[in-house]
Design a protein around this ligand. Structure first.
Ligand code: ATP
Ligand code: MG
Length: 240
């Protein structure tokens, strides 16, 4: 198993239980979906996985090693997070090239050829390298974020609502790109979304979150998630 989230609970200072005994598993090269209503705790879980928030209880293992503060930096070489807000994730003063190279400065050298090949993969023209984030469209900015994460060649990509603010066509292009990357690089993906259609298209395994708990989970068989809980079934029926 690549990622194991075991018995994770979290409450913030007001005492509100945001996560309760959450278990989520992502296998090597697997695409796993996490859906749930707004406020159900999905982003909090993503932040806890990425060590941006501390759980009150529970354990997270990556490649069978528990993630702690000490081994966190090597964990980031293998696990990357992309947020919905592509604009906030990029430094407005940096060109795309500076943003892309910044996470790599201590790791490895990337030649211009490598960079151009990667730009091609995410369908961005070479000209964007000299642009500032505000000179790009939302879809282009999200592609830059994706590329920024991909350059470190992660084993797991955590995507928190990354296509929500994009039009349908751009959403589909980014999702197809994730599928290609998953196949070519065997990169596992935890795809957090409100969009059940996108999740049904992309993911092989689904977790449904409600009020901070995993309400249901199921594998996809013949294009349909095998869910037993009535809440999860209702969610999918509402999708039509
Ligand atoms: N830093 C924080 N301090 C206090 N409460 C917080 C904090 N972060 C999140 N919460 C609360 O935790 C709950 C879950 O929030 P979270 O952002 O995880 O939900 P979500 O499922 O990602 O929602 P959405 O689908 O709208 O993105 C919310 O009630 C939120 O107010
Ligand atoms: Mg969220």
């Amino acid at each position: 198993m690549l990622l194991q989230v075991e018995n994770v609970s979290k409450s913030f200072h007001k005492g509100q239980q945001v996560l309760q005994h959450v278990n989520v598993y992502v296998g090597h090269g697997e695409i796993v979906g996490l859906v749930g209503e707004s406020g159900s705790g999905k982003s909090t879980l993503a932040k806890i996985i990425m060590q941006l928030e501390r759980a009150n209880q529970g354990h997270i293992y990556f490649n069978d090693v528990e993630i702690t503060k000490k081994n966190c930096s090597s964990f980031y070489e293998h696990c990357q997070l992309i947020f919905q807000n592509a604009t906030a994730a990029l430094n407005p003063m940096w060109t795309v090239k500076e943003s892309l190279l910044e996470p790599l400065q201590y790791k490895k050298t990337v030649t211009n050829n490598d960079l151009h090949a990667m730009l091609d993969k995410v369908k961005l023209p070479v000209a964007v390298l000299n642009c500032l984030p505000n000179e790009l469209s939302g879809g282009e900015r999200q592609r830059v974020n994706l590329l920024r994460s991909l350059l470190v060649e992660p084993k797991l990509l955590v995507c928190d609502e990354i296509v929500s603010s994009l039009d349908r066509l751009t959403q589909r292009e980014i999702i197809d790109l994730l599928i290609t990357l998953n196949k070519e690089q065997h990169m596992a993906i935890l795809f957090i979304s409100h969009d059940l259609k996108a999740v049904s298209y992309l993911c092989e395994h689904l977790y449904v979150m409600k009020d901070g708990k995993i309400a249901d989970e199921g594998k996809k068989e013949h294009g349909v998630f095998q869910l037993t809980n009535s809440y999860a079934q209702k969610l999918f029926q509402a999708m039509g």
